[in-house]
Design a protein around this ligand. Structure first.
Ligand SMILES: [Zn+2]
Length: 364
């Protein structure tokens, strides 16, 4: 027998009490809410891991009082959120076999969430697939399925399920679908299937014409095929679409032009970046100081060289990028944050520094 958790009990009572009150209130009935004795008995069985007996009690309650179903769902979700997934699974498994179809479907959905929380992804996937065939849970189930496939790096299936989502949602998330296609294209490149990679990139651009990732990958393939000027044009397009990629793109374009063309290229590149209106003069200076620490750059005010010496004094500052969503610092670039899994959420740390350079300088 396990020890009772006072905190768990408190949470369960608050949630269940709130629901019981809400149910009475919602019907406009001024009544004193008294939870049935069976509820306490059932709760005691649950807390002491006697799942079968708890299920029996709750089933009996549900027969005489529809509110008991709500109590069970409330308890189930409290248990899942507390990480006590076994208990949540026991409750929702019972609800899933309820005679009422609406309750059974809701139970199945809650059970699929339990399986996801427990890391039992195969089971979660099977249930969400069943639920995707229902009218009520179709959208939510598809959403979860996309996430499961994404998490497993199964881009083909993530894309397949994505295309089953309502068209408005697909339009809203078209960039994510374009990322799936780029993931597949990168895999094709690794397999030496250049033609397939080009087809996938074309599809990615059809989803999102401005996706810099597709341009960068095309540029890499074009450069590998020996077309340097074609590759350069593609890299510069990507840079204009996404100046936050400067630290990744600038070193690549420099290797394309060779030493003789460097100064000219960096001048053109600075002009084009400023013309986008997406980076301030200060941000550009920081990007150049970070990306090209030892080359001639347009620097009439001497700002880039003073930032370079500032960077030298700062030394290793723990990463060139940071996730906007979760704050994760990262040395390398990722299209999707390794921690919070948000797409396109990494940005150069220097963008922030550019806004408070004076502050940073004082701190050194
Ligand atoms: Zn993140």
């Amino acid at each position: 027998m396990i020890e009772l958790s006072p905190l768990l009990l408190a949470i369960a009572f608050i949630v269940v009490g709130g629901i019981a009150w809400g149910l009475g209130h919602g019907r406009g009935i001024a009544r004193t809410v008294r939870l049935p004795r069976d509820y306490y008995v059932g709760l005691d069985h649950l807390i002491n891991d006697r799942f079968d007996r708890a299920a029996e009690v709750f089933a009996r309650m549900a027969e005489v009082d529809g509110d008991a179903v709500e109590i069970q769902f409330a308890l189930g979700s409290v248990f899942r959120r507390r990480g006590e997934v076994d208990r949540a699974i026991a409750i929702h498994t019972r609800l899933r076999s309820d005679a009422t179809a609406a309750v059974a479907q809701r139970g199945a959905f809650a059970l699929a969430l339990d399986y996801s929380s427990a890391g039992l992804m195969d089971r979660a996937e099977r249930l969400f697939e069943e639920l995707a065939a229902t009218r009520e849970y179709r959208h939510a189930a598809l959403d979860h399925l996309v996430r499961i496939h994404e998490q497993a790096g199964d881009w083909a299936n993530a894309l397949r399920v994505f295309h089953e989502l309502p068209s408005a949602v697909q339009t809203e998330r078209r960039r994510v679908a374009a990322h799936y296609l780029c993931e597949l294209a990168e895999h094709a490149v690794l397999q030496g299937e250049a033609e397939r990679a080009q087809t996938l990139l074309k599809q990615a651009r059809a989803h999102d014409p401005d996706l810099p990732r597709a341009q960068i990958l095309s540029a890499r393939m074009t450069a590998a095929a020996g077309d340097k000027s074609g590759a350069l044009a593609l890299y510069l397009q990507a840079l204009e679409a996404a100046p936050e990629l400067a630290l990744e793109i600038i070193p690549r374009v420099l290797t394309l032009v060779g030493t003789a063309g460097e100064t000219q290229l960096l001048g053109d590149l600075s002009t084009r970046l400023r013309a986008t209106g997406k980076v301030s003069a200060r941000q550009l200076a920081w990007l150049l100081a970070t990306a090209v620490p030892a080359k001639d750059v347009p620097d009439s005010a001497g700002e880039v060289s003073s930032l370079r010496s500032l960077l030298m004094r700062m030394g290793d500052v723990g990463g060139r990028y940071q996730c906007d969503d979760c704050g994760l610092p990262s040395v390398g670039w990722y299209w999707r944050c390794p921690k919070c899994r948000a797409w396109d959420s990494l940005h150069p740390v220097v963008f922030k520094w550019a806004e408070r350079t004076d502050e940073a300088a004082r701190a050194l």
